[in-house]
Design a protein. Structure first.
Ligand code: NAP
Length: 237
């Protein structure tokens, strides 16, 4: 495995993805970040290429992903992270909202993997890290569509792990509980403010670095993280 890596991160504009990006930039890594709005980044640091792309535009995605792949033929890692939460009873979702959720939280991930995996396999080494959720492990009330997507991502990673191993490509899934990010901005709940009530995005970034820097023959299949004490704050309601 080469020392210097080029890693594409979806949802790198904010939250967990931005924290992973900054952490990887602190190592000898070139980062291609995908998102719709990079205004939080002010000036892009050295080795960081922001790519503005709406991953909900499923129809246009193969073309745009092809362009990115041609512009960055040395990508040897993918962090599939972009996503959003919407919670409620199934009947509270319009059909359009369901489609949009599944497009952004599931389909686009499969498309990004489809676009880059063939090249990575050819290189003979590389990493795919998917940011799942505790919702990938058990469903709960008001989380049907979100959980359906995250469960599916778990199936995706389990299959790809077996499919890609012969080509030296490792596939990992990280399942966090509540992480303190803008994820909760438009939701009526959030993790508790106390340090033991939420995971920090930095902790996810450390897990990613551990996965990527592991001995090439070692695969972290799944990493589950949870707050020490789960406290959900519904006072935003
Ligand atoms: P966040 O702070 O809201 O960040 C979400 C990221 O996804 C942003 O960079 C956003 O970029 C990107 N994104 C969303 N829709 C997009 C679209 N249509 N096209 C391109 N990029 C899009 O949330 P986060 O907490 O970092 O969440 C990141 C991932 O972690 C998600 O998959 C989420 O399900 C998962 N997760 C979060 C938690 C939590 O408690 N926070 C727990 C478990 C799992 P733009 O807005 O710039 O497009």
């Amino acid at each position: 495995m080469t020392e210097s890596r080029t890693i594409l991160i979806t949802g790198a504009s904010r939250g967990i993805g931005a924290t992973i990006a900054r952490r990887l930039l602190a190592t000898d890594t070139e980062v291609i970040g995908v998102g719709r709005d990079f205004s939080e980044w002010e000036t892009a640091p050295k080795n960081f290429t922001p790519v503005e792309l709406d991953l909900a535009d499923i129809e246009g995605l193969p073309h745009r992903l092809g362009e990115i792949a041609r512009a960055h033929p040395d990508i040897d890692g993918l962090i599939l992270n972009a996503g959003y939460g919407r919670f409620g009873s199934l009947e509270e979702f319009s059909y359009r909202q369901i489609q949009e959720m599944v497009d952004v939280n599931l389909i686009q991930h499969i498309f990004v993997a489809r676009a880059f995996i063939p090249r990575i396999k050819k290189q003979g080494f590389g990493d795919l890290v998917v940011i799942g959720s505790e919702a990938a492990l058990s469903g709960g009330p008001k989380g049907a569509v979100y959980s359906a997507c995250k469960f599916a991502l778990r199936g995706l990673t389990q299959s790809l792990r077996q499919e890609c191993a012969a080509s030296g490509m490792r596939v990992s899934l990280i399942n966090p509980g509540m992480v303190k990010t803008g994820f909760f901005q438009d939701l009526d709940f959030a993790p508790g403010e106390a340090p033991e009530n939420h995971i920090r995005p930095e902790d996810i970034a450390e897990a990613v670095v551990m996965i990527i820097q592991a001995h090439p023959g070692t695969v972290f299949d799944e990493i589950n993280l949870s707050p020490l004490k789960k406290v959900v704050d519904f006072s935003k309601k």
